[in-house]
Design a protein. Structure first.
Length: 276
């Protein structure tokens, strides 16, 4: 597994207790030696300071951190300032995203798409940052068609993205088909598979509806059959996701990006199974 690009995502805690909990989580996960931790970013300023604080914390511990940067509602000036803050903090890697459109958002703002943000980061900072962008094996929920979605990824890579992290999925074939399609249109940067551990069925349904990730019918029915039996949900989820990760790595995925939800147990359990 050492030759794979293995990373973990956090969200910025909103309370001092949350910050302490995340430090404890990171202390456990650091034993797995991930390549870096990414930290999500609230559009419109909601968690930008939280992102920077969390990133500084990680860097201070001697580990690599990649803040997410969302451009929805941002201006060139505001993004320029964020980039300067990241540079000053010692950040060398950014996850560049358009971000979710707030309800009733009319599309105002100086950046409409992630490729415009990537282009701006490159113009402002040259090659200082390694830029990750998002990819969607099962199509972005707001894309008009898979072809349109693929072209959006082409534009992000042409604008200067170094690698891609996918939305999570549970169907390995969707990932491999996506890789085939990207190669056909000339995308040749690494495409790391996004992995969501299964620990809570209700929460998973909610996330998946929002982001357009499909939970295969057999997995859904099995999870639903466990009711409130949390231990069975976690055990079955661990089997399903371990098997998915094994298929991805055997099939040539360059790495895995774990959506940890600021918890250590599920990612650690998965990782221990994969390194055996």
């Amino acid at each position: 597994m050492a030759d794979h690009n293995f990373s973990i995502e956090f969200f910025p805690p909103k309370t001092p207790e949350g910050t302490e909990k995340l430090r404890a989580t990171r202390a456990k996960l650091s034993e797995l030696h991930p390549k870096y931790y990414s930290v999500t970013f609230g559009a419109g300023g909601s968690t930008q300071q939280g992102t920077l604080d969390t990133v500084r914390d990680i860097l201070a511990a001697g580990e690599e951190a990649a803040p997410h940067l969302s451009c929805v509602g941002g201006t060139r000036e505001s993004i320029r300032k964020v980039l300067a803050d990241f540079k000053d903090a010692g950040v060398g890697r950014i996850v560049a995203l358009r971000g979710d459109l707030p309800s009733g958002y009319g599309g105002a703002g100086e950046f409409r798409y992630a490729n415009e943000l990537v282009e701006f980061i490159r113009a402002e900072t040259g090659d200082h940052f390694h830029i990750e962008v998002a990819g969607y094996p099962e199509m972005h929920p707001q894309a008009r068609s898979p072809q349109d979605d693929l072209q959006a990824l082409v534009r992000k890579v042409q604008a200067g993205a170094d690698s891609v992290i996918t939305q999570y999925f549970y169907n390995a074939d969707a990932y491999f088909q996506f890789i085939e399609q990207t190669q056909k249109v000339g995308i040749n940067v690494p495409i790391v598979a996004g992995i969501m551990p299964i620990t809570n069925y209700t929460q998973l349904l909610r996330f998946s509806e929002m982001c357009g990730a499909e939970i295969p019918r057999w997995v859904r029915l099995k999870l639903a059959s466990f009711g409130d039996d949390s231990a069975s949900i976690k055990a079955f989820g661990l089997d399903v996701v371990t098997s998915l990760c094994e298929r991805l790595l055997e099939g040539g995925a360059p790495g895995l990006h774990f959506y940890s939800l600021n918890q250590a147990a599920a990612t650690t359990a998965l990782w221990q199974r994969l390194v055996k």
